[in-house]
Design a protein around this ligand. Structure first.
Ligand code: 13P
Length: 350
């Protein structure tokens, strides 16, 4: 017979739940700044900046030191392993800079080279980060995702989540259904439901304490190459319906990835999701990479004199998404340099 949450004490559960709640407190979401060295290379190359460690540090410093207007918008920041050890010009570790602004530090651990995967890794991670992220990817085509891919990825996520919790770390569980393809909204909803149902069955099998977890799903959207357009309310209804059918109310928060949507689209969809009249027992917020950073990167373009403008662009997106996660966003039609630009990358790796 299964035992209930055998690995966690009441204190451990309380701590995990509190961390998860802090990340998705009212008006807050997550800045995903965890691009791997390969992914950030593409972003930097697009603005003519060389992918050196110093340029990566400098750009991330720009994000993490944006002024205090972002503090009520950002509850957590996900870092790539290298960034965990970087310092601001002031000499303070980025992890301290982020914590001093009231956000929780997280780390992407789905690459095999990061702390949880190595022998000494668990201890190292614990010293710096309070939450972690693991991303699995599923693709829609006529014959995929297969049952095997759905079950295997769900199990990997559940095993990771269980290991995190045993080490006092809140796991963000990210089963991303990619936007690649010409499928319509209905097909994305169907696949997303099957994937999420398998994930929650696996999390239960692995005795994961759901109150101490966050889910990072894709929104239910038509495939990138689908010719039919759907209104934000349709995307919102399909997304909330899929989540209501599969995600237990015990889950503390749902933090969507932006998945190649434009900055403005990702904000408008998040707002529509929060305004959707169906009952939604979880906090529904953002954990955006591209949709928080695209205009900021463009404005920076690798030039020191542009830092202030770039920080302003990032702050604008943070404020807009903070409103959207409360269903209070009204589009002004005046976005930043990349606001309406599709951020789709085929077969996206992070
Ligand atoms: P995007 O918001 O750019 O899709 O990325 C978020 C993320 O962390 C993907 O793993």
């Amino acid at each position: 017979m299964p035992t209930e949450y055998p690995a966690l004490t009441t204190e451990q559960k309380k701590e995990l739940h509190e961390i998860a709640q802090r990340i998705v407190a009212t008006g807050k979401g997550i800045l995903a700044a965890d691009e791997s060295t390969g992914s950030i290379a593409k972003r930097l190359t697009s603005i003519g900046v060389e992918n050196t460690e110093e340029n990566r540090r400098f750009y991330r410093q720009l994000l993490f030191t944006a002024d205090d207007r972002v503090n009520p918008c950002i509850g957590g920041v996900i870092l790539f392993h290298e960034t965990l050890y970087h310092k601001a010009d002031s000499g303070a570790l980025f992890t301290k800079v982020i914590k001093d602004k009231g956000a929780v530090v997280g780390i992407k651990v789905d690459k095999g080279v990061v702390p949880l995967a190595g022998t000494n890794g668990e201890t190292t991670t614990q010293a710096f980060a309070d939450f972690a992220k693991w991303r699995c990817v599923l693709k829609i085509s006529d014959h995929t995702p297969s049952r095997l891919a759905i079950i295997e990825n769900a199990n990997v996520l559940a095993r990771y989540a269980s290991i995190c919790q045993q080490n006092g770390i809140v796991p963000i569980v990210e089963p991303e259904v990619l936007p690649d393809g010409d499928h319509d909204l209905k097909r994305c909803q169907y696949v997303t439901e099957k994937v999420l149902a398998a994930v929650y069955k696996a999390l239960s099998d692995h005795h994961v304490y759901l109150e101490g977890t966050l889910l990072k799903p894709n929104m239910v959207t038509p495939g990138h190459a689908c010719t039919k357009k759907f209104a934000p309310e349709e995307v919102a209804c399909a997304t909330v319906t899929a989540l209501r059918r599969t995600v237990p109310p015990a889950v503390t928060g749902i933090t969507f990835l932006s998945g190649g949507q434009s900055e403005e689209e990702a904000t408008v969809h998040l707002n529509a999701i929060n305004k959707c009249p169906l009952v939604k027992p979880w906090t529904l917020t953002f954990s955006y990479g591209r949709a928080l950073q695209a205009s900021c990167l463009k404005a920076w373009s690798g030039k020191k004199e542009n830092v202030k403008n770039a920080q302003e662009e990032y702050t604008k997106r943070a404020l807009a998404n903070s409103l959207a996660c409360q269903g209070k966003y009204v589009s002004s039609g005046q976005g930043g340099a990349a606001a309406g630009e599709s951020l789709f990358v085929s077969n996206h790796a992070y």
